[in-house]
Design a protein around this ligand. Structure first.
Ligand code: URA
Length: 292
C-alpha cells in the first residue's frame, strides 16, 4: 500500500517528499523489521480507516491521500541455523553471500567478506567495509589498517584469534574504474548489512563492542556525531556496552600529532580492558604518553 501510494505520487510528477524526523525513524524501524504496520483488528475501531491528513507526507496533494498501509512485509532478516555459535555464524556467512538487500543496491561489489575470529569472544570489533586487500583475501582487516589493529590488540595482550572482527558493511563498496582504491560505505549500504551485525552480536553476546571509526560508530549508533564527540563514553548496541574509537587507518598517517592520537585510541582501549577485567600493568597504562 505504501509503495502504491508512493508510485501514485511519482506518477503525479512528485520527485521529493518531506519526511519528518519521527517518520524517518519509523521507516528505518520498518525497514529493519523492528516494527510492523500489521495491526491486530480492534473491535472498537472501524476496520477501513482513512489516512489522517496529519499523517500524510508534508507535500502530499490534498484529496489524494491513500489509506494507511495495512501491512508492510518485514525487511528480510537472516535466520541463523545450527547448534553452536560457530555453526550459527557459518550459516549467517552463507546467507550473506547472496544477500538481496545488499546486492540489489547495485553499488557494492559481489564478493562478500564476512568476519573473522572467535565465535565466543568477549570483545567484538566492528569496522566499516572490506577494502582491496580484504576482498582479495576474503577476510576483514588484513591490509595496512589490519596490521595496525593487530598491533593494538597485541598491546592489549590479545591476539586476533581471541577476538571477533567484523565490518558493518559486508561487501567492498564499488567505484567507477576501481583498482585498489576504496570508499566508505554509504548509509543504505550499511543499513542493508546491519541485520547481519545484529545477528552476529546476538549469537556471540560479547561483553564489549568497539566501533572502529566514524562510519561504523555512526552506523551502529544512528548518530551523525564525530568520533571526537562519541569516544570517551559508554554507549549501547542491542544492550551490549559499546565504545567508539578512531579507525586504525587514522593512526597510519604519522605526523606531529601521531602520539596524541595513539594515546587517545589507547585510552579507549584501556577503558575496554577495564570493562573486560583484563589485567593492566603500569607499563601498559603509560603507553603512548609524552616523556616528561
Ligand atoms: N577497514 C575497515 O573498516 N574494514 C576492513 O575490513 C578493512 C579496512
Amino acid at each position: 500500500m505504501l509503495l502504491a501510494y508512493l508510485r501514485q505520487l511519482k506518477a503525479q510528477g512528485k520527485t521529493h517528499l518531506a519526511v519528518s524526523d519521527d517518520a524517518r525513524q519509523t521507516l528505518r524501524k520498518l525497514y529493519r523489521g523492528e516494527l510492523s504496520l500489521r495491526r491486530e483488528p480492534d473491535a472498537s475501531q472501524p476496520q477501513e480507516e482513512a489516512m489522517n491528513p496529519a499523517q500524510a507526507p508534508a507535500d502530499s496533494t490534498p484529496g489524494t491521500a491513500a489509506p494507511l498501509p495495512e501491512a508492510t512485509p518485514h525487511a528480510p532478516q537472516p535466520v541463523p541455523t545450527g547448534e553452536t555459535a560457530e555453526e550459527k555464524l557459518a550459516s549467517l556467512r552463507e546467507q550473506a553471500e547472496s544477500w538481496p538487500p545488499a546486492l540489489e543496491l547495485g553499488s557494492l561489489r559481489k564478493r562478500m567478506v564476512f568476519a573473522t575470529g572467535n565465535p565466543t569472544a568477549d570483545l567484538v570489533l566492528v569496522g566499516e567495509a572490506p577494502g582491496f586487500q580484504e576482498e582479495k583475501q576474503g577476510e576483514p582487516f588484513v591490509g595496512p589498517a589490519g596490521e595496525k589493529l593487530n598491533q593494538i590488540l597485541k598491546a592489549m595482550g590479545l591476539s586476533r584469534e581471541a577476538v571477533y572482527i567484523s565490518n558493518i558493511c559486508k561487501f567492498r563498496p564499488a567505484m567507477p574504474g576501481q583498482t585498489t582504491n576504496n570508499r566508505k560505505p554509504r548509509p543504505e549500504e550499511m543499513e542493508a548489512c546491519l541485520p547481519f551485525v545484529r545477528a552476529e552480536l546476538e549469537i556471540i553476546r560479547p561483553k564489549v563492542v568497539v566501533a572502529l571509526g566514524a562510519t561504523a560508530a555512526q552506523g551502529l549508533l544512528e548518530s551523525t556525531e564525530s568520533v571526537g564527540k562519541l569516544r570517551g563514553n559508554w554507549h549501547q548496541f542491542t544492550g551490549i556496552p559499546l565504545r567508539v574509537t578512531y579507525h586504525p587507518s587514522y593512526l597510519l598517517h604519522s605526523d606531529e600529532n601521531a602520539l596524541g592520537e595513539k594515546r587517545k585510541v589507547w585510552e579507549d582501549m584501556l577503558a575496554v580492558m577495564e570493562k573486560l577485567e583484563l589485567p593492566i600493568t603500569d607499563k601498559q597504562r603509560g603507553y603512548f604518553q609524552r616523556k616528561k
